[in-house]
Design a protein around this ligand. Sequence first.
Ligand code: ATP
Length: 230
Amino acid sequence: MALGDTLIEVTGVAKHFGEGETRVDALRAVDLTVRAGEVIALLGPSGSGKTTLLNVIGCILAPSAGRVVLDGEPVFDGKWLRRDLRRLRLDKIGFIFQSHNLLPFLTAQENVSVVLDLAGWPPDEGRARARELLDYLEVGHRAMVKPALLSGGEAQRVAIARALANRPRIILADEPTAALDGARAGLVMDLMRRLAVEQEACIVTVTHDEKIFDRFDRLIHLRDGHLVSA
Ligand SMILES: Nc1ncnc2c1ncn2[C@@H]1O[C@H](COP(=O)(O)OP(=O)(O)OP(=O)(O)O)[C@@H](O)[C@H]1O
């Protein structure tokens, strides 16, 4: 598809942890632009800075230097430019993690609708949206079940529904298919792409999972905190 708006613009971003002899430069002068409709992978050896970059884009971690613009809005330029980062994350960003992090005491449907409650949706609209997404992801028949009774693939699809529920335009995923077999991993990525394209969103995925490399528009390699290709 034709690429749309620029959704992620990271310029000169650096992040170090600690000082002096214990200082670790996790990111060094990273530039990255991602546009609507793109599904990209962050690859690289352990410790190369993939999760750090994902957390910076997700406004979970403040960079040490640089500029971050999300969906046209400057959010960091040497310092945070917005005070309400929680609201920003709720509105613009959906997170999908390797371990699905579903709340064990809520049903599958409630795990999705709770995000919409937090974002201020009326409860009946939130329930309807949760159900619609679970149906779309072919886990609607498991809507009233608690996570402990879901298979790995079902739980991951519920987690995807939760990440996408509020129609964020920036979807960040950390090893979303690591727990799935090859066929299911491909299916999950295909579903994520379909939803992203429909919602004019982008997906940035940290992965080591070679089974799904062919599902990405771009593979971006990190090494020692540098982007080595983009
Ligand atoms: N909170 C922290 N405090 C100190 N050092 C950290 C912290 N988070 C990350 N680091 C260091 O920053 C570097 C980059 O870490 P990061 O987790 O981004 O790598 P990664 O590429 O995601 O690795 P992996 O594939 O193992 O998850 C590593 O050297 C790591 O030890």
